[in-house]
Design a binder for this molecule. Structure first.
Ligand code: COA
Length: 259
C-alpha cells in the first residue's frame, strides 16, 4: 500500500510518522486511518525502528478529527464499519510493542484526541487544544474515545468533555493527566525524541512488557468498545447528525431543535 497521506522518516532508531493533510488540518479520512494502521504494523517488524512518533504536518493541527465529509449520508451499518476501522487501527497503535508517542502540535479534536490517547505517551506543544466535539455534529466519539478518555482523566471530567464538547488547552490537559508534558512548539520534536531516546536505551523486552502489562489493566473494556460502536452507528439514523454535519459544511451553527 502506497502511503499518500503520511510522511515517514527514521532517524537514530525513531520513526517519525507525520500525518500530511495540512490543508484539512490533518483530518483522518478512511485512507489515512488505513495508512496509519499499515505504517504501525510495518514498523512493528522493522529492526531499525525502536520507537515511533506520530505528529501532524504544520503548526496548527495534530489531527482535527475524523474527516467529517466522509460521514455524509452514511447508513447505520456504514457508520459502524467506519468506526470499527478506526477502533482497529488505534488498537494496533495501543498494542504495538514498541513505544509510540504522540507529538501533539495543535488541534487534537475528536479522532485526533482519540489517536493521541491510543499512543503510549503524549507530549503537547503549548498551542495544543484537546476535545471530543462530536456532540456538535449529533454524534459521539467512535474511535475508542468514550473508553480511553475515562482511563486518562477519570469519569467526572471525561463525561463533561464528551457531553459539552468543550475544548481544553494544553495546560488544562496536563493538569488533568491527559498529556505527559507541555513544551513550546519549537521544542516539541526535540523533547519527544529525547524521551524516546531514554526509553529505547532500556531493555526493549522490558519496555514491551510495560506496554502489555499496562494495557492488561484495562482489558475488561471490550464491552465498552462494542457499546460505543452501537451508539455511534445509531447516530447515523438520526436527524441531529444530518443537521450537525450540514451545519459544519455550511459553516453555520447547528439547530438541533428546529421544527
Ligand atoms: N473533517 C473534515 N474537514 C475538516 C475537519 C474535519 N474534522 N476539520 C477541519 N476541516 C477542514 C475544514 O472544512 C476546512 O476545509 P475547507 O478549507 O475546504 O473549507 C479546513 O479543514 C480548515 O478548517 P477551518 O474550519 O477553516 O479552520 P479554523 O481554523 O477556522 O477552525 C477547527 C479549526 C479545528 C476549530 C475547525 O476546523 C473544526 O471545528 N473542525 C472540526 C472539529 C471536529 O468536530 N472534529 C471531530 C470530528 S468527528
Amino acid at each position: 500500500m502506497k502511503l499518500d497521506n503520511l510522511l515517514m522518516k527514521v532517524e537514530d532508531g525513531i520513526l517519525t510518522i507525520t500525518i500530511n493533510r495540512e490543508e484539512k488540518l490533518n483530518a483522518l479520512n478512511k485512507r489515512t486511518v488505513k495508512e496509519l494502521e499499515k505504517a504501525i504494523m510495518d514498523a512493528q517488524k522493522q529492526k531499525e525502528v525502536k520507537a515511533i512518533i506520530i505528529t501532524g504536518a504544520g503548526q496548527k493541527s495534530f489531527v482535527s478529527g475524523a474527516d467529517i465529509k466522509e460521514f455524509m449520508g452514511l447508513t447505520k451499518q456504514q457508520g459502524k464499519a467506519l468506526a470499527k476501522a478506526g477502533q482497529i487501527a488505534l488498537q494496533k497503535i495501543e498494542t504495538c510493542t514498541k513505544p509510540v508517542l504522540a507529538a501533539i502540535n495543535g488541534y487534537a479534536l475528536g479522532g485526533g484526541c482519540e489517536l493521541a490517547m491510543a499512543c503510549h505517551l503524549r507530549i503537547a506543544s503549548d498551542n495544543a487544544k484537546f476535545g471530543q466535539p462530536e456532540v456538535n455534529l449529533g454524534l459521539i466519539a467512535g474511535y475508542g474515545g468514550t473508553q480511553r478518555l475515562i482511563q486518562y482523566i477519570g469519569k467526572t471530567k471525561a463525561t463533561e468533555m464528551h457531553m459539552s464538547g468543550a475544548i481544553i488547552n494544553a495546560n488544562e490537559a496536563l493538569s488533568l493527566g491527559l498529556v505527559n508534558y507541555v513544551v513550546p512548539q519549537n521544542e516539541l520534536l526535540t523533547k519527544s525524541n529525547e524521551l524516546l531516546q531514554t526509553i529505547i536505551s532500556k531493555s526493549p523486552i522490558a519496555v514491551s512488557g510495560v506496554i502489555k502489562a499496562v494495557n492488561a489493566y484495562f482489558e475488561p473494556r471490550i464491552d465498552g468498545f462494542a457499546k460505543e460502536l452501537e451508539e455511534f452507528s445509531k447516530c447515523f439514523t438520526k436527524n441531529d447528525f444530518k443537521e450537525g454535519v450540514a451545519a459544519f459544511l455550511e459553516k453555520r451553527k447547528p439547530d438541533f431543535y428546529k421544527k
